[in-house]
Design a protein around this ligand. Structure first.
Ligand code: URA
Length: 200
């Protein structure tokens, strides 16, 4: 059994949060165990909860299109979320849920050892670019624990706000060249975490 399959077994039995009670399926993530790029979204939605797979609804279809823009597909990257269970009515994840799930994400990162972490949306960004605002730092990189992190808007945000489509596609198009430049990225400076609830 691979290290990730073993980890998925553990995640499937997690009951740290109340939302575990009502999940249909846990959604640990999927993709190549040795992927160069790890995409991290927010939390499973209804479709993901039904299928146990990340990004399989409308936002997922758009993520597939974004990957195709840079000649990638799901089997070449790894796609995960900050939290592994669906919050009821797709509400935002609570700090306690993010905190409880943090260990699973850390262990996924340890196993996959990606060269680039791509954060999708502000919850994922908050973990790797603490204290930053997505409207200011999307399309930019910083190092976190020696891994290059690249911030992007969440694909769902671009579906709701058409004007973001071009931005997210331009940001995505930077990814291939980033893979060749990961050594020259500055280390992130820790800052107090502050999420602006009014930002996409
Ligand atoms: N949105 C996310 O952040 N993750 C998913 O898996 C699906 C939608």
């Amino acid at each position: 059994m691979s290290a990730l399959t073993e980890l998925n077994e553990e995640i499937a039995h997690c009951s740290l949060c109340e939302i575990a009670i009502n999940r249909t399926r846990v959604v640990p993530g999927e993709g190549a165990e040795d992927a160069d790029m790890l995409f991290i979204g927010e939390a499973p939605g209804w479709h993901e909860d039904q299928q146990g797979r990340p990004f399989v609804g409308a936002a997922g279809k758009y993520l597939d299109e974004l990957l195709a823009l840079v000649n990638l597909n799901r089997s070449q990257v790894f796609i995960a979320n900050v939290i592994k269970c669906r919050p009821p009515s797709n509400r935002d994840p609570l700090p306690i849920e993010i905190n409880n799930c943090c260990n699973w994400l850390d262990r996924q990162i340890e196993i996959i050892r990606p060269r680039i972490i791509v954060t999708l949306g502000r919850y994922s960004m908050a973990r790797f670019f603490p204290g930053k605002s997505i409207s200011k730092i999307h399309g930019t990189v910083q190092k976190w624990n020696d891994i290059t992190c690249f911030a992007m808007y969440h694909p769902a945000a671009a579906l709701h706000q058409q004007s973001l489509r071009r931005t997210i596609e331009e940001d995505m198009s930077k990814l291939p060249s980033l893979l060749t430049q990961t050594d020259s990225v500055p280390e992130v400076q820790p800052q107090p975490q502050q999420l602006n609830m009014f930002e996409v």
